[in-house]
Design a protein. Structure first.
Length: 201
């Protein structure tokens, strides 16, 4: 049973390490992580108020742009001059299909008076919003904590260190047991020999 527990602990540790590495690589490469097609973001502006307020958390699912409809809320990457890209959450105003079959989205924040200047293409689309929180809800606070550095340390890094320490402790204990048994056997044999020698004298 102990061996099975050790195997399960090692498997959990490996899975956690793989997950951490996957998240770290994705965040470094593109600024966000995607797990099983889902990505999570925090809203930092009021462009979607009052539907999605500032500090709300949105969950989006990777979706083909051809399956996006007018009225859907989407998350996408938008170029920002020469400084790179920013991630935006806006509602789809119109879906345009070009003669060659290419689909683009015209988007606008609910609180914005005009539509976005740049159309959203398949390459810039991150996903369709399938769930979001309110501003002050408990889920918002919990997810906000988990998405921060302290939450990452508390829920991923520290458990990995703990599991690793437990596995190491179990391994050391397993190694020491045979040594203790051998030492005990040697002590018993030595005592027996000494007793026999004393009797013979």
């Amino acid at each position: 049973m102990r061996r099975i527990g050790d195997i399960l602990s090692a498997a959990l540790l490996c899975a956690a390490v793989v997950l951490c590495l996957s998240i770290a690589i994705q965040v470094t490469a593109r600024g966000y992580a995607r797990i099983a097609g889902y990505s999570m973001f925090r809203v930092v502006t009021g462009s979607m108020a009052p539907s999605i307020p500032v500090n709300a958390v949105v969950l989006c699912h990777e979706t083909d742009i051809r399956n996006i409809e007018r009225g859907d809320i989407v998350v996408f990457r938008s170029p920002v001059d020469l400084t790179g890209e920013k991630i935006i959450t806006h509602r789809v105003e119109e879906v345009h299909t070009q003669p060659d079959g290419t689909v683009t989205l015209e988007t606008r924040g609910d609180a914005n008076p005009v539509a976005d200047t740049r159309p959203v293409t398949q390459s810039g689309l991150i996903g369709k919003v399938v769930w979001y929180t309110d501003k002050e809800g408990g889920a918002t606070k919990v997810i906000g904590f988990l998405s921060g550095s302290m939450g990452f340390l508390t829920c991923i890094v520290f458990p990995i260190i703990l599991i690793g320490a437990l596995i190491l402790r179990g391994s050391i204990t397993s190694i020491r047991r045979p040594q203790l048994s051998v030492s005990k056997t040697i002590s018993v044999v030595s005592a027996t020999l000494l007793y026999q020698a004393a009797v013979r004298e």
